[in-house]
Ligand binder design. Structure first.
Ligand code: FCB
Length: 472
């Protein structure tokens, strides 16, 4: 357990523990481009983004930030930032174009070159195996609602570990399985765009299973010193009032938003209240003996992605849910109202609320003692422009990052074992259903020329890293 000064004097620097990992994060489909190159097969995001009406402006990841061809330049950018770690994802359809069978050498070669460039620059690679780009052929066979997809994932994990295990020491199975299951299969706003709430619950279970089987496959190939983790977008859910109906609304969202993953992965069980809440949709008989034990493989740390909190209240009869329909919350439809949290908002219209991150870390400290935490994503989209002077001034992003790092510091001072922080994102990129309109990068990308321009926030972050924390 690391410690920092719990009550720093006003005006003092907020220093993070020695060895704290400072990183940036990206994901394959959002930056790589080269969608049809070197034998890569189609993923559900290729299909979805090429379906009219699914992504704003008809944007696709075909070219994205062209990282596939500009990888060396991008590693150079990180080297100048001074990051210790880089979190990227491996595109499953580059390694197995159809989601099964032997690994495609040319696909693996790209990641080998990336990892070698990182190691050469003194940057630790943190490889995520699944950041939402399921091979289309596996979706054609039913996708995540089918058990076979979890089995295929474990095979894929083993292949990547075999190929890169000699040089990648830090691994994450899945990124945000909540989004994969519920935005993808219940709300239909992410690939594959299905609106089948019962199937979404099956998807969530098979993602938990895929995670556990994936951990086993990784451990079977990797040296004992390798780290294995999972990244969740845990919802910092707050009831509007302390009244029992509002607290029950928060409980429902916590069940299908958080505990649906935390309980299997850390306790080997399904949340009993979730089973009750969803009884009209499923009897959960697709959960087989041994599945929950498989999901509960020991992890080296838990990755936490945080952007903003969720405020809920009980829905009165006939009251609109004040949320997009169809709902990504099976078992909570018609029972829960989502309310806008107060305060300033980012370009995503997400509230800026650093206390939510503190609350989440404090909760995890209580509920998962002994599990180290890493903030694997945090950041903000703003409408950044390259000014006439060639610079990108993004003071709001600097303020956002600073305030969230203050929350992380406070959580550590109060005993949370937080080992690192990754800014989302290194580069402006393909922001899923929002396309290229939402810029999360600390480096600006002009998508017409692919020119990279570090924003003011990049220089600010480099200073934070160099100082090991926040200047007064
Ligand atoms: C997270 C995703 C990441 C990015 C950010 C803004 O949910 O993991 O790919 O889109 O949101």
């Amino acid at each position: 357990m690391t410690t920092v000064d719990a009550s720093p004097s006003a005006g003092a620097a907020l220093l993070f523990p020695p060895g704290f990992r400072w990183g940036t994060a990206t994901a394959a489909y959002q930056i790589e481009g080269a969608a049809g190159l070197d034998g890569r097969g189609p993923s559900i995001w290729d299909t979805f983004s090429h379906t009219p009406g699914k992504v704003l402006g008809g944007d696709t990841g075909d070219t994205a930030a062209d990282h596939y061809h500009r990888m060396a330049e991008d590693v150079g950018l990180m080297s100048r930032l001074g990051v210790s770690d880089y979190r990227f994802s491996v595109a499953w359809p580059r390694v197995q174009p159809t989601g099964r069978g032997p690994a495609a050498q040319r696909g693996l070669d790209f990641y080998r070159r990336l990892v070698d460039a990182l190691l050469e620059a003194g940057i630790r690679p943190v490889a995520t195996l699944y950041h939402w780009d399921l091979p289309q052929e596996l979706e054609d066979r039913g996708g995540w609602p089918e058990r076979g997809t979890a089995e295929r994932f474990a095979e894929y994990a083993g292949l990547v570990a075999q190929a890169l295990g000699d040089r990648v020491a830090s691994w994450t199975t899945l990124n945000e399985p909540w989004c994969a299951a519920f935005l993808g299969y219940a709300a239909g706003v992410h690939a594959p765009g299905r609106i089948e709430p019962a199937a979404a619950l099956r998807a969530a279970h098979h993602l938990n299973l895929a995670h556990g089987l994936g951990v086993r496959a990784l451990r079977a190939q990797l040296p004992r010193s390798a780290e294995v983790s999972l990244t969740l977008n845990l919802h910092a859910v707050r009831p509007l009032t302390d009244a029992a109906p509002d607290r029950d609304a928060a409980r429902r969202i916590d069940a299908v938003g958080n505990r649906i993953f935390l309980d299997p992965v850390f306790h080997g069980r399904l949340p009993p209240d979730l089973v009750g809440d969803t009884a009209a949709l499923t009897d959960w008989s697709f959960v087989r003996d041994g599945d929950l034990a498989a999901a509960r493989e020991p992890l080296d740390w838990l990755g936490v992605n945080y952007y903003s909190p969720t405020v809920v209240a009980a829905a009165g009869p006939g009251e609109p849910a004040a949320e997009r329909a169809p709902s990504p919350w099976p078992g909570a439809e018609g029972r829960v109202r989502f309310l806008p949290a107060p305060g300033p908002r980012t370009e995503m219209d997400w509230p800026v609320d650093p206390d939510g991150l503190y609350e989440l870390l404090a909760r995890l400290r209580e509920e998962l003692p002994g599990v180290p935490l890493v903030i694997t994503e945090n950041g903000a989209a703003y409408a950044d422009r390259v000014g006439p002077d060639g610079e990108v001034a993004d003071p709001q992003r600097i303020a956002y990052l600073r305030r969230h790092l203050e929350s992380v510091h406070r959580a550590i001072a109060d005993g949370a074992d937080v080992r690192g922080y990754f800014v989302w994102s290194l580069l402006d990129n393909f922001e899923w259903a929002y396309g290229y309109g939402k810029r999360f990068g600390i480096v600006h990308v002009d998508f017409a020329t692919q020119r990279r321009t570090p924003k003011d926030s990049a220089r600010w972050y480099a200073d934070v890293i160099a100082q090991g924390g926040l200047a007064p």
